[in-house]
Each structure stands twice: as C-alpha cells, then as structure tokens.
Design a protein around this ligand. Structure first.
Ligand SMILES: Nc1ncnc2c1ncn2[C@@H]1O[C@H](COP(=O)(O)OP(=O)(O)OP(=O)(O)O)[C@@H](O)[C@H]1O
Length: 266
C-alpha cells in the first residue's frame, strides 16, 4: 500500500509543482496518471523514489515513511521500488541477462556483484521473468541489438528482479510504436495481476490508460482533479484535466479518450 498525504514539491523559490497532494494506491492495482505537460506527473513519481526531494508531506510505503530517509535506509527503501523509464536505461554493451541481473545489485554483496556471481535463485528468477516477458531467448544478446519493445521488456524484468513492493513507470511506452506500446502495457497489466503488484504509470496516451488500467488519476497544476474508473472519464472531466493546456495536446488527449471511454463503459 502506498499512501501519500499533503505532498508538496517546490523547485527553488517558484510556485509549488505539487500542492498538498493526497493519493492512496492499494495492492494489485494498476493506476494511470494523466495530465497536460508540466502538470507534475514525473515530479510525483520522482518524489516517491526520492530522485526528487519532497518539500513537505508524507509518503508511506507499507508502513515505511519514505520522506526523510537518508544513506543506507534510503538505499534499502529504493530497492523496494521498481522503476521503469521511457528511455529504458539499459547498459548497451551488456547482455540481456546481465542487464536483468543488475536489478539484484542492491542485494548481493560487493564481491559477488564484482565477479557477477549471482545466487542460483536470482538466475532462476531471471529466467522465469524473462520467459514471462518473452525475452528468454535473447538472454545472451547484447542490449543494443534489441528493438525498442524488447528493450523495454528488459527494463520491466530488471525492475521486477528487485522483487519490488511497487512499480513506478514514467512514460514507459512513449518511445514505442502503437502496437509495441500496447504489448508492453498488456505485459505490465498481466504482471501486476500475477504478482499482486501495485503499478503507477505516468502516461500521455489516454486511450492506453483507459484500456489497460482500472483507475485514472488526472492531474492539473500539481493537484489531482480526477480520480475514477476509465468509464467515468467524461468530457467534463477531461476538460478539467486539460484546461489551459495547449490546444493540440488537449485535442489529442480528447480524441484518444472518447473511444476509450465508450469502450470502457460497454
Ligand atoms: N529539476 C527541476 N527544476 C526546476 N523545475 C522543474 C524541475 N523538474 C521539473 N520542473 C518543473 O516542474 C513542473 C512539472 O514538471 P513535471 O516534469 O513533473 O511535469 P509532467 O506532468 O511530468 O510533464 P511532462 O508530461 O511534460 O513530462 C514543470 O513546470 C517543470 O518545468
């Protein structure tokens, strides 16, 4: 369970980017965060894994207060939070297996990590997850020989190797073509169900958000202005989320959402 209360983030002396934001995410749920560019979606995810320092408020992950953690405690807390990035963040010259096992680096001791001697249990788990993600046959391929969709599958498996308590995905499909993007979303959906893992996805594609998640959180200017099921994302709700956004962004989001809301309501 993730419980965020009154989270505020201010960069420098500017207006806060997150304004006393409250959000709870329970186990086994996949939640999409949507909103116009600059609404604060990435900042929210980055506050959770403390890549960005919250200004005030509370972030609790299963009884651990994440704000205020330092040093070793912070490193340990970060192991419990899996992160998936838009740009995959793989090490190109390493193989798929090596990239995947790097998800365990925070757990194995220094010498094992240096000599890449991971416990058999880690190797078995890596193969299990790679099979699930359809990339086991690429285990010995270099990461830079893979397509974008395959690379993101490696990113997903690497994050899961941490055996995280929550998965945060920051625009995980933004660099992928529509078909591949849907496949990666379906993989996240299935793994979330199978592993009872809460997944928080920052996503621009409202259609995919509605199709693959059961809860949509709409942000505007650092606040949550919508929190509901895909079928409840009415035109009025979309107007509120995207009010003031550039016209092209607003229209693109609405275009995506119309069909998705109809489909979700059926
Ligand atoms: N490191 C930083 N220093 C100063 N301002 C920042 C920093 N990171 C983000 N911001 C500002 O905070 C606001 C919210 O940015 P954020 O990236 O969280 O929004 P977003 O909703 O994820 O946008 P996008 O969809 O374009 O990625 C923006 O105005 C941005 O310029």
């Amino acid at each position: 369970m993730l419980r965020i209360s009154k989270l505020t983030k201010r960069y420098g002396g500017d207006q806060p980017v997150l304004k006393e934001l409250d959000l709870g995410v329970s186990e086994r749920s996949m939640v999409a965060i949507i909103g116009a560019s600059g609404a604060g979606k990435s900042t929210l995810l980055r506050c959770i894994n403390r890549l960005v320092e919250p200004t005030s408020g509370s972030i609790q992950l299963n009884d651990t207060e994440l704000t205020g953690l330092r040093g070793r405690e912070l490193r340990h807390a970060r192991r419990r939070i899996g992160m998936i990035f838009q740009g995959f963040n793989l090490v190109d010259r390493l193989t798929v297996m090596e990239n995947v096992l790097s998800g365990r680096l925070g757990y194995v001791n220094f010498w094992r990590a240096l000599t890449r001697r991971f416990p058999q249990d880690d190797i078995d788990h890596a193969f299990y997850l790679m099979e699930r993600a359809g990339i086991a046959h690429y285990a010995n391929k270099r990461a830079d020989e893979l397509s974008g969709g395959e690379r993101q599958r490696v990113g997903v498996v690497r994050a899961l190797m941490q055996r995280p308590e929550i998965l945060l995905a920051d625009e995980p499909t933004a660099s992928l073509d529509p078909k591949t993007s849907e496949q990666v979303m379906a993989l996240l959906r299935n793994l979330s169900d199978e592993l009872s893992l809460p997944v928080l996805i920052n996503i621009h594609n409202v259609h995919e958000a509605c199709e693959f998640t059961e809860r949509i959180v709409g942000m505007r200017h650092g606040r949550i202005v919508f929190d509901g099921k895909p079928g409840e994302l009415t035109r009025a709700a979309q107007d509120e989320i995207y009010a003031g956004a550039p016209a092209d962004e607003r229209e693109a989001a609405k275009e995506h959402a119309e069909g998705a809301v109809r489909a979700a309501a059926q």
